[in-house]
Design a protein around this ligand. Structure first.
Ligand code: PHE
Length: 449
């Protein structure tokens, strides 16, 4: 058998895993979900969940992946000697398609915004023009479809090139740059008239706003943002070097994820209040607020080009990790070439993404239960698919996988993080599955808390 890929270095590992985690989830999804769920109270719960619940889930996925060095489906088969556990792998593959379908549409938007930035169309525009422009773009139907197609194509090229030569090399340069620009934009917010309101919205929690719904949204958003509950971290885990300290890796990645999301919030909410945009604008929020800042800011022309380029980069380093789940599975299970697997997966994604983009046109008939297909995929993945997947993964890690293998894998043969492990084990076995199950059941109305 061909030697399996491994990430080349520690820095490489952090940026590739970080590249998957940091993406549209932080900069596009986090601000608008926070906006719709009341701001600071949501942010507070989100941070709590990310550190207490998501980090242990990430470690469970790493352990499953690295101990088997297999794709997300085969890993379950290998660790469970038959049975039906690999169904969790199938769920993961289905989730990857559902997420990619709308993810590629938003990533396509970032490319349109790169084009508009280069054309200088934001400079000097007022917020009404910016909004009209955006609505026209989405309503055209064909423009978002074309961009989504271009994005899927680029994705395919990177995945075809393989893990180390494609994904790793590219991430090393782009991730640090992304971080710096976002920091700059957040600092620039101080100059906006809505700065105080924006910060208050993000930081002064009104705890009476915390409802079951807010907690569920925070849970789903955290899983989405940390790429959990669908096998991405199992697949990437299978490429992690045996000597890597996975506690440190998961901790670093989780903190980066939260920090980037907060920075995005700091860049966006002051603008929301300065330019009279509603914090509940939904998926358009970032695409409406930031152009207003660029329109006014010194050097806005160049900064907007750079920003959307980086947003695009953040998107592509995440979308390849979604695609990799499918491709690793297809080429290992059906013994087809990586190239072939990538092309087949992309063709499927291209069709789904087209449907999602078209469903956003006004009066589109592509709806499921009153939501257009885009919103439906976007909601169903974070509200149901990822929490169910994550639940199954922790149950598997805590109850089904051999205790010895699990402990050895996380502690590198009892050489690192022994104390953390002692706390982690009961979290994974009892606390986390219970919390997810209780939230989930009460969300469905089957349990009253
Ligand atoms: N975490 C990515 C983001 O924040 C999205 C993603 C979800 C990637 C699930 C892989 C798996 O944009």
């Amino acid at each position: 058998m061909k030697k399996r890929s491994t990430f080349g270095s520690r820095f490489g590992t952090i940026v590739v895993v970080g590249g998957s985690v940091v993406g549209l989830g932080n900069i596009w999804r986090f601000p608008y979900i926070a906006g719709e769920n009341g701001g600071a109270a949501f942010v507070f719960i989100y941070i709590l969940i990310s550190l207490m619940i998501s980090v242990p889930i990430m470690l469970s996925e790493f352990a499953i992946g690295r101990s088997t060095k297999r794709n997300a489906l085969r890993a379950f088969k290998k660790l469970s000697d038959g049975g039906w556990w690999h169904a969790v792998g199938y769920l993961g593959i289905a989730t990857a398609f559902v997420i990619l379908a709308f993810y590629c549409v938003i990533a396509g938007w970032t490319m349109e915004f790169i084009r508009e930035s280069v054309a200088g169309s934001f400079i000097g525009s007022d917020s009404a023009t910016i909004k009209a422009n955006f609505d026209g773009f989405v309503a055209s139907g064909w423009k978002p479809v074309v961009w989504a197609g271009v994005f899927v194509g680029l994705n395919t090229l990177i995945v075809m090139a393989g893990v180390e030569k494609g994904i790793e090399r590219y991430n090393k340069i782009l991730m640090p740059l992304m971080f710096l620009i976002l920091l700059g934009l957040a600092i620039n917010s101080v100059t906006l008239s809505g700065f105080a309101d924006g910060v208050r919205f993000l930081w002064n929690p009104d705890f009476s706003k915390i409802s079951l719904n807010v907690i569920m949204e925070a849970l789903g958003q955290s899983f989405f943002s940390m790429s959990l509950g669908m096998g991405t971290m199992i697949t990437y885990g299978s490429y992690i070097n045996r000597r890597e300290n996975m506690f440190r890796l998961a901790g670093t990645v989780a903190v980066s994820d939260v920090v980037v999301a907060i920075l995005a919030g700091l860049a966006i909410f002051p603008a929301v209040f300065s330019f009279g945009i509603s914090p509940t604008s939904g998926p358009e929020l970032v695409f409406l607020t930031l152009p207003n800042i660029f329109a006014q800011m010194a050097g806005g022309y160049f900064i907007s080009i750079l920003f959307f380029l980086l947003l695009f980069s953040a998107a592509i380093t995440s979308s390849v990790s979604l695609m990799e789940v499918v491709v690793a599975y297809a080429c290992e299970e059906f013994r087809i070439s990586r190239r072939m697997a990538a092309m087949m997966a992309s063709a499927t994604v291209a069709v789904l993404a087209t449907l999602c983009a078209v469903s956003q046109m006004p009066d589109s008939a592509l709806t499921v239960g009153g939501l257009n297909l885009f919103d439906f995929f976007n909601n169903v993945s974070s509200d149901y698919m990822l929490p169910i997947g994550a639940f199954m993964i922790v149950i598997f890690a805590g109850w089904k996988m051999s205790r010895q293998v699990f402990a050895n894998e996380l502690t590198n043969g009892a050489t690192v993080g022994m104390r953390i492990y002692t706390v982690l084990r009961p979290m994974i076995r009892y606390v986390i599955p219970l919390v997810i199950a209780m939230l989930f059941l009460s969300g469905l109305g089957l349990l009253t808390l």
